[in-house]
Write a protein that binds this ligand. Structure first.
Ligand SMILES: NC(=O)C1=CN([C@@H]2O[C@H](COP(=O)(O)OP(=O)(O)OC[C@H]3O[C@@H](n4cnc5c(N)ncnc54)[C@H](O)[C@@H]3O)[C@@H](O)[C@H]2O)C=CC1
Ligand SMILES: O=C([O-])CC(=O)C(=O)O
Length: 317
């Protein structure tokens, strides 16, 4: 049984993640952490969630706090704390402001919960994963970000609809930045176990259009309804379940790579990783030529933003 803590629990993503994560049978304790001044909202969330537990027969000890120190002894800490982008902004525009929040948070977590797995959702998520890794002092296997998992799910859904098959028949991945430079792996995309490129209908697939839809998906949802909630909330629960049930699933998350992909490394970025109770382990893989080129570009971009943020953080401290 496990204790899961959600930081930023008064936010759009945090509130819904509390609901999805509480459904996982291995979760015995859930702590919602918000900022001082938000006690009434947090208390209300706990009461509201408890009602849903009664309705569905869930047995989770639920509590809230405005002190990060109560996250002590957590098995998994999910960080959704930070500012979201507004319409017209890029995720990278949030980098420094959110890095300040994540760096301080990670330092405390490294001290009070050295065995925890720290799961970053805050954007820009690849950069936040690197900041958390540096400031927490935890092992790379203990730190990961939602990365391109949600993008991969968005593409999976578009492909399933195009071919009129159940989503479970589609396997696909997007690697690289959770952002504009993301790279779809058509070489690793299958439908019913058959490589998508071997299907006669592949030639008619509007691949570029699909990727553009995925790239702009978050922006479009934010423009229309203010925040992306259900997609990230369910994706968060999938990852928490994978860890707690020790499933060894291979999901595409932001993780520190040394040189696993064509010798490219020393960066936190979206890559396929084996995920289990011990954490997150990037899977070495070979890509096709055009995919390597795209991945290198994406790594270069993330490295630049990360280096800039790290430098500014050091100056500000
Ligand atoms: N990686 C991904 O796929 C996704 C990432 N996100 C990111 O998650 C983050 C949260 O998004 P929303 O819940 O929509 O935002 P929100 O504004 O609804 O909630 C933000 C939460 O962070 C807390 N917070 C803000 N500033 C803080 C500070 N200085 N110290 C401590 N806590 C602070 C707020 O109190 C609130 O609980 C954003 O950075 C957003 O871009 C959101 C959706 C998907
Ligand atoms: O687009 C955003 O800012 C939120 C996010 O990362 C997503 O839903 O993919």
């Amino acid at each position: 049984m496990a204790k899961v803590t959600i930081l930023g629990a008064t936010g759009n993503v945090g509130v819904f993640a509390a609901h999805t994560v509480s459904e996982i049978p291995y979760v015995s304790d859930m702590l919602l952490v918000g900022r001082p001044g938000r006690e009434d909202f947090l208390a209300g969330c706990c009461r509201d969630l408890s009602d849903s537990f009664a309705a569905r027969g869930t047995d989770v000890r639920l509590s809230y706090s405005t002190s990060l120190l109560d996250a002590k002894d957590s098995d998994i800490i999910i960080c959704t704390a930070g500012v979201p982008r507004r319409p017209g902004q890029d995720r990278n525009d949030l980098a420094f402001e959110n890095a300040k929040i994540v760096a301080g948070t990670a330092e405390t977590i490294g001290r009070i919960s050295p065995d925890a797995i720290l799961f970053l959702v805050t954007n820009p998520v690849d950069v936040m994963t690197a900041v958390a890794l540096k400031y927490s002092g935890l092992q790379p296997r203990q730190i990961f970000g939602l990365g391109t998992h949600l993008d991969s799910m968005r593409l999976k859904s578009l492909i399933a609809r195009y071919f009129r098959v159940h989503v479970s028949e589609v396997h696909t991945r997007i690697i690289g930045e959770h952002g504009d430079s993301m790279v779809p792996l058509w070489s690793a995309t299958t439908i019913g176990g058959i490589r998508i490129r071997n299907l006669p209908t592949f030639s008619g697939l509007p691949a570029q259009e699909m990727i553009e839809t995925v790239r702009t998906s978050g922006e479009a949802i934010i423009r229309d309804k203010g925040a992306t909630v259900y997609g990230p909330g369910e994706a968060i629960a999938t990852l928490v379940r994978t860890i707690l049930r020790d499933e060894n699933r291979i999901l595409t998350v932001s993780s520190y790579i040394k040189s696993e992909i064509h010798g490219i490394g020393d960066v936190c970025i979206g890559v396929p990783a084996r995920i289990n109770r011990d954490g997150v382990f990037p899977v070495p893989l070979s890509l096709e030529e055009d995919e390597v080129v795209g991945f290198r570009e994406s790594v270069k971009k993330i490295r630049t933003v990360t280096a800039d943020v790290m430098e500014r953080l050091e100056e500000a401290r």
